[in-house]
Design a protein around this ligand. Sequence first.
Ligand code: DCP
Ligand code: MG
Length: 363
Amino acid sequence: METPKLRKIIHIDMDAFYASVEQRDFPELRGKPLVVGGSPEGRGVVATASYEARTYGVRSAMSSKKAQQLCPYAIFVYPRFSVYKEVSRQIREIFSRYTDLIEPLSLDEAYLDVTEDKLNIGSAITIAEQIKQAIKDELGLTASAGVSINKFVAKIASDMNKPDGLTFIGPSKIEKFMEKLPVEKFHGVGKVTAERMKMQGIRKGSDLKKLTEERLALLFGKSGKFFYNIVRGIDNRAVKPDRETKSISSEDTFGSDLDKGSEMYERLLQITQSVFKRINQYQLFGRTLTVKVKFADFKQITRSISFEHPINNENDAYQAAKTLIEQTDFGGKLVRLLGVGFSNFHEAKPKQRNRIEEQKLLF
Ligand code: DCP
Ligand code: MG
């Protein structure tokens, strides 16, 4: 049997994205601890921090109050989303010189499949080097790249030598690499799942590898099968070009069904927070909120609500999710799964208008 051709996948992620753009455009901010988002008076949360501020422990999603305490001399600036969107468009234009198989994950990161590249360069490492150089020369910014044969490993690799890194993990190294990888680095493993895994003695890839596919499916639902394959270096997910994001959601199947109301609300809050993290990264704010609850008897209920304006903060989202979920049997029955999703993004409108304008130009 012919062995299938190995793919060449690159994951690119800009370094301290919003903060680097600010330092590029305002030279007086260079070399300084900078916080984008929030305010020194302690309102709001940090979107990102410059590497100088990170040495004090300032991180994305931290309250500005905490950031201010950790780094009293930090400079706070408001995000300029239109500029970040423009830079995002520019980096995608650079990617498109090499391949059309580009799957953006947020404004500052994307997967590229360069198994066949437009310039016949052949080496994914060389392509990653050239892309990083073009971003530096043309945009005055740095990016980190991960190169491997699948999306999962490429994404982890891009994070390994930040900033300005390039990490290649070849096929012969993948299984060993996966065995050593801590579980919290696995796709789909948040804090809660990582804790649950640790309670069962599962700390890294090699621990997951000892479990059968059935056992993993039982413990972790759909993600279980993914874990089974990925610890063996198998991730066949394709790089999907031009994916239009129609919804952003997150759900969690619990190891043991939840019976306490307080615990359910806590989980609902955690899930809402994890969805919001991605919403912030995409800068896509939805008008429609959907919650999903599956009870121990596998009965599943989804409830949606649409607002006139997009939901742009975590608190409003959580309150709305709470109200929706209280309209189900929530509280009266054991809960197996909770999910929160957003759709109906306000971005969709301008896009449609553009299309109509383009059509007008054509006729
Ligand atoms: N972002 C946000 N809220 C978060 C996380 C990120 O608004 N909780 C925004 C700001 C970041 C951008 O998304 O600049 C990209 O997110 P990354 O996770 O890639 O973080 P950075 O690019 O800032 O840093 P790194 O160098 O670690 O990639
Ligand atoms: Mg980044």
